[in-house]
Design a binder for this molecule. Structure first.
Ligand SMILES: [Zn+2]
Ligand SMILES: [Zn+2]
Ligand SMILES: [Zn+2]
Ligand SMILES: [Zn+2]
Ligand SMILES: [Zn+2]
Length: 298
């Protein structure tokens, strides 16, 4: 997995020092801008994997469909994801965007402040959660903050015709985890008709999630593990990839040094407004990044 590294903080400071005295350092502008561009492409790629369940092959970039996603979308009969619009800022969302945002940047479920992370999650307002309890709460809540505007949004319902379709295909054929024969999801269990294996559906789903998924590229035959891929994306994951998407679109349209400086600056302003996003782009400690973004904004 060859991800573009984050941009060094010193470089950005240098760029601004020159800009302040009215000088555009062209080489530095290109250097930083294109690195940010590549980094943004990576962030967008990773966000799309969580959204569509397709992983790009690290060797040839072909799309590989994940198994587990197929199962969670048809198997549980209701967790299939639907697009909806935030009623406050009208951004297009998937429910998992709201969940993922909290999983990456845990925030207080009462006051929405960022939580202090130690062996548990702690908020300045006095609330605290164990990591497990927090995860469970995020999973089961029907109202979560929109990752863009932070207002509470309600978990969307499946559209009617989809609901019917889910009910009709309720028994997809599965492969028995013991004998690889034909199994069905029936009466809250997975039941194999070949070896009579039977297990609670929930326990089966859980074990599937735990098992590391092997991904193989049909195009170049490269094989890799999901967990290893996932680990490599640790500093690239966000529930709010929009600033990265915007930069990708706008950067390549820049023709002059001034336009380039404006795009970089507008990304920095966005990052300034959204603290937790900045470490995805800039290589430094969190407090140093905050200090720099404060300086640039003043
Ligand atoms: Zn909103
Ligand atoms: Zn929104
Ligand atoms: Zn709080
Ligand atoms: Zn079996
Ligand atoms: Zn490949």
């Amino acid at each position: 997995m060859n991800w573009t590294p984050r941009v060094k903080q010193i470089k950005i400071r240098r760029l601004y020092r020159y800009a302040k005295i009215g000088v555009y350092d062209d080489i530095l502008l290109h250097d930083i801008g294109w690195q940010l561009y590549d980094r943004c492409c990576d962030i967008v790629t990773v966000a799309d994997v969580y959204r569509y369940g397709k992983v790009p092959c690290p060797q040839c970039q072909s799309q590989i469909q994940r198994q587990i996603d197929i199962l969670s979308s048809s198997g549980e009969g209701g967790t299939k994801e639907y697009w909806f619009n935030c009623p406050h800022c009208s951004k297009r969302l998937l429910w998992r965007d709201c969940r993922l945002d909290l999983r990456i940047n845990p925030r207080c479920l009462t006051c929405d402040n960022l939580l202090q992370v130690s062996d548990k999650y702690q908020c300045n307002c006095g609330k605290s959660w164990t990591k497990k309890a927090y995860g469970q709460s995020v999973r089961t809540r029907v109202r979560l903050p929109c990752p863009h505007c932070r207002n509470l949004v309600r978990r969307p319902e499946a559209p009617l015709k989809e609901k019917k379709a889910i009910r009709q295909n309720y028994s997809p054929t599965l492969s028995c985890p013991k004998c690889e024969g034909t199994a069905f999801h029936r009466n809250g269990n997975i039941e194999c008709i070949d070896c009579n294996y039977i297990r609670r559906w929930k326990a089966y789903r859980k074990s599937l999630k735990k098992k590391d998924e092997k991904l193989s590229c049909v195009n170049c035959r490269y094989e890799f593990k999901w967990q290893e891929w996932r680990k490599s994306t640790q500093t690239l994951r966000t529930g709010n990839p929009k600033p990265a998407r915007d930069f990708v679109k706008k950067w390549s349209a820049c023709r002059t040094s001034q336009q380039r400086m404006i795009q970089i600056d507008s990304l920095m302003q966005t990052l300034h407004g959204r603290g937790p996003l900045a470490p995805l782009f800039i290589d430094s400690g969190e407090s140093k990044i905050r200090q720099m973004l404060d300086d640039l904004a003043s």
